[in-house]
Design a binder for this molecule. Structure first.
Ligand SMILES: Cc1cc2nc3c(=O)[nH]c(=O)nc-3n(C[C@H](O)[C@H](O)[C@H](O)COP(=O)(O)OP(=O)(O)OC[C@H]3O[C@@H](n4cnc5c(N)ncnc54)[C@H](O)[C@@H]3O)c2cc1C
Length: 389
């Protein structure tokens, strides 16, 4: 079968994009290195994704939201930021918006499964699982995608959704800003006796950052950001010792904590591609923008970006026009850069401010939080960002 579109990577961004092309009449192929069984029933990876209202709307429109188990959806009612030993907290809530929550927390592996189920029987969609994309080339003469098993695909449009260390991006000759932070995120699920009240806490302590994300019942997702070596040392603790370590680091605010899932380690690196497009090709998801997880925007932005590109491609296909013109691709790039660059820059600024341990930086953090509290417009802007309709 001739392909109109080949998507490299069947992660959440790649599958969402393929699903967004449903009904376009285009022949779409997704190539994913993981085997089919891993896509049908992905294993837990410890990531709890904070979804904005806008993302929930998108996932609903894609038919994925209906595939989530209500048990897996936890309301995020409030977010609080704390600095060091100060008891002062900057809070974000829904204010006068009439909403009962800032967003929803859903495990990443459940989102992946829901997107897989939404795309499973999509007419015109071919999923090649368990096969690596070996190499790609793209020029005015056409796109050539060579799979590790020797198959060759020649799509009109090539879309890279192959993670923040995208090999396709590199092979297309697109450079990227890559910041390896030398720190890792340790994530695990913990059970506790205290009630989190649906409130997420981000606590910038000296030497580490600890976030506690509220899950259903008396469960939370503990997210510790530490220098890479220390994170490895803590991840090697037995579950009882790890629970005690997290309880201590969280100042026993929710009582004693027991580890019920994990831990998993994520070495931190942020990436931003210099271009999101090349001749007949586009980058989406983390391949375009690899955010620091602290502001929980990576997948939300990826979902927004794929929707932008899909809308342009669907429109061109409906008119019987070329789906990969330079103008179409440039429009995608401009829109997604506008949506992502400010959030990417602000997040990196925040990370810099909160990982600097010098006394002046600590004071600056404190002053920023206080200023944020005094400026309702700052709080409102952040809340609105979280709650994008
Ligand atoms: C700890 C943590 C917490 C996070 N929390 C949030 C949050 O709260 N909110 C939020 O919005 N985001 C969050 N994120 C970010 C979010 O997880 C990512 O943005 C999202 O998973 C990126 O999806 P993707 O499809 O672009 O890439 P990936 O999930 O990396 O998927 C890429 C896919 O491509 C496949 N692939 C790669 N190379 C090839 C190849 N050569 N051939 C075939 N297949 C290939 C891979 O197997 C993989 O399935 C978090 C991330 C982390 C690490």
């Amino acid at each position: 079968m001739a392909q109109d579109v080949v998507v490299v990577g069947g992660g959440p961004a790649g599958l969402a994009f393929a699903r967004s092309l449903a009904g376009s009449g285009l022949a779409v192929t997704v190539v994913e290195r993981q085997p089919l069984a891993a896509l049908q029933d992905p294993t837990c990876d410890g990531r709890e994704i904070a979804l904005t209202h806008r993302s929930v709307t998108t996932l609903t429109a894609l038919g994925a939201w209906a595939h989530l188990d209500p048990e897996d959806i936890a309301p995020l009612r409030e977010a609080r930021v704390l600095n060091g030993s100060s008891r002062f907290a900057l809070s974000f809530d829904t204010g006068a918006t009439g909403e009962d929550r800032l967003g929803q927390l859903v495990p990443n592996h459940r989102i992946r499964r829901a997107l897989f189920l939404a795309t499973r029987d999509q007419p015109g969609l071919d999923l090649i699982a368990g096969v690596d994309v070996g190499s790609v080339t793209s020029s005015a003469a056409g796109r050539v995608v060579t799979l590790a098993d020797g198959r060759v695909l020649r799509p009109r449009l090539l879309v890279a959704a192959d993670s923040r260390f995208s090999a396709v991006r590199e092979q297309l000759g697109i450079a990227a800003e890559v910041n390896r932070l030398g720190r890792s995120m340790l994530v695990c699920r913990v059970a506790h006796d205290g009630d989190h009240g649906g409130s997420a806490t981000e606590w910038f302590e000296h030497g580490h950052t600890i976030a506690m994300l509220p899950l259903n019942g008396t469960l939370s997702s503990a997210v510790l950001t530490l220098p890479a070596e220390e994170a490895e040392r803590i991840a090697a603790l037995d579950p009882v010792a790890l629970g005690a370590e997290i309880t201590r680091r969280y100042d026993a605010r929710l009582g004693a904590m027991r580890v019920v899932e994990g831990p998993r380690l994520y070495p931190l690196a942020t990436t931003y591609a210099r271009h999101f497009v090349a001749t007949g090709a586009a980058l989406i998801g983390d391949a375009a923008v690899g955010m620091h997880p602290v502001t929980a925007h990576g997948f939300n932005l990826g979902l927004q970006g794929q929707a932008t590109l899909a809308a342009l491609v669907n429109k061109a296909a409906a008119r019987g026009c070329d789906i990969a013109t330079p103008l179409l691709l440039r429009r995608y790039e401009a829109a997604h850069r506008l949506a992502s660059r400010p959030i990417y820059a602000a997040t990196n600024l925040l990370v810099g401010l909160y990982t600097d341990e010098r006394p002046a930086a600590r004071l600056a953090r404190h002053a920023t939080l206080r200023a944020g509290a005094r400026l309702p417009m700052v709080r409102d802007a952040v809340s609105r960002l979280l709650m994008q309709p």
